[in-house]
Design a protein around this ligand. Structure first.
Ligand SMILES: CC(C)(COP(=O)(O)OP(=O)(O)OC[C@H]1O[C@@H](n2cnc3c(N)ncnc32)[C@H](O)[C@@H]1OP(=O)(O)O)[C@@H](O)C(=O)NCCC(=O)NCCS
Length: 342
């Protein structure tokens, strides 16, 4: 006897962004750079960074609450919270447990997933598997990263690229039996991990060999990461499409990880696709890592850039190195999405 497979759908989206905006002109005061260099090489104009009482978990809570509101679901009904984060507030407890406590999701299990900028796709894969097997009905995924604590603000090659933020998806068993998560592919190549890393090691034990930790900052080989992104992402997109007998002609919108406009343009060219099909908001937020795909989906919906129904590609790449792609359907009717509520 084959086990029943339950249909899965995304019913809520949300974002949580810091108040403080840092423009390219602001960065000119910190490092030898210019708005012109940053904008032409990356497409970024400004980014947000945490200040005051803002933290990874406070941004994650904001995004999570917004996604629940969007879907009209109560926190108490959540079965699981997954935070996709590489830069949480604590090594433990997890960011997901902090969110669970702050939103009152007392019935939810909670854990973090570390897959950097692909984390949201990894989280979606986990949520999808839990729901389609019937184990859970309601899973909240929050992608959140606070890079401003981990970039070297004297290093112009990295500090201009990143921003802080959180983005959330509410994933549920579909009430109308129509499955909207068509395919998800996640990948990793740990051999290339050294190309993008934030080291965190060293011994603090007075009885052990002294082992001085490296500076805990973003270390990035920009050119290698660029090549990796523009090769692996289109490969992954074509791979998932072929698994469900679709082609790029069936895709209505691409919501890719928002790292660099040149990376997005190159991926569009490799797929032979019109750049118009690629939603872009990295000019406003920079690279928000695990959060970027959910923030972009939220903004695209808010700006009415997504038609109903739509076939959407969500795709991310980042440290690990990791990458992954999901094909999702977005429907209006009989799909509990209330765009007026965000
Ligand atoms: C980082 C990145 C924008 C650099 O662009 P690039 O065209 O490869 O630029 P280069 O690294 O070749 O640098 C060109 C020059 O600009 C300089 N430069 C680097 N950062 C600069 C800055 N912020 N302002 C001004 N000049 C800068 C470099 O020092 C170099 O000078 P040199 O020629 O005198 O040595 C690009 O490689 C990239 O986007 N990589 C992917 C990074 C990424 O997305 N990471 C996250 C993935 S999740």
């Amino acid at each position: 006897m084959t086990a029943k497979i339950y249909p899965v759908t995304i019913t809520g989206v949300g974002k949580g962004l810091p108040e403080k905006v840092i423009t390219n002109n602001d960065l000119e005061k910190l490092v030898e750079t210019s708005d012109e260099w940053i904008f032409t090489r990356s497409g970024i104009k400004e980014r947000r960074v945490v200040s005051g009482n803002e933290t990874a978990s406070s941004l994650a809570v904001k995004a999570g609450i917004e996604a629940l509101k969007y879907a009209g679901v109560e926190a108490i009904d959540l079965d699981l919270i997954i935070c996709a984060t590489s830069l949480p507030d604590n090594l433990y407890p997890s960011c997901a447990c902090e969110v669970q406590a702050q939103i009152g999701a007392v019935n939810a299990a909670a854990f973090d997933v570390v897959a950097a900028c692909s984390g949201l796709i990894y989280g979606l894969k986990i949520a999808n598997n839990f729901i389609k097997t019937g184990e859970y009905k309601n899973v909240l995924i929050v992608g959140v990263d606070v890079h401003s604590r981990f970039v070297d603000w004297n290093d112009r090659t990295t500090c201009v690229l990143f921003g802080d933020g959180a983005g959330a998806l509410l994933v549920q068993r579909a009430e109308d039996e129509q499955n909207d998560i068509l395919c998800i592919d996640i990948n990793a190549d740990g051999r290339m991990g050294k190309e993008l890393r934030i080291p965190l090691y060293g011994s603090n034990c007075p009885l052990a060999e002294p082992n001085s930790p490296e500076l805990q900052h973003v270390n990035m080989n920009g050119r290698e990461i660029y090549k990796f992104a523009v090769n692996r992402t289109p490969e992954s997109i074509l791979n998932v499409l072929s698994k469900v007998d679709l082609t790029v002609n069936d895709v209505d919108k691409y919501i890719l990880h928002q790292a660099n406009i040149r990376i997005i343009q190159s991926i569009a060219a490799k797929l032979g696709e019109d750049e118009e099909k690629f939603y872009v908001n990295l000019d406003k937020y920079g690279n928000t890592s695990s959060a970027s795909i959910a923030i972009a989906l939220t903004d695209a919906l808010e700006e009415n850039k997504i038609n109903y129904p739509s076939t959407i590609i969500l795709s991310g790449f980042g440290a690990g190195l990791t990458w992954g792609t999901a094909i999702v359907r977005w429907r209006a009717k009989d799909h509990r999405c209330h765009s007026e509520s965000i």
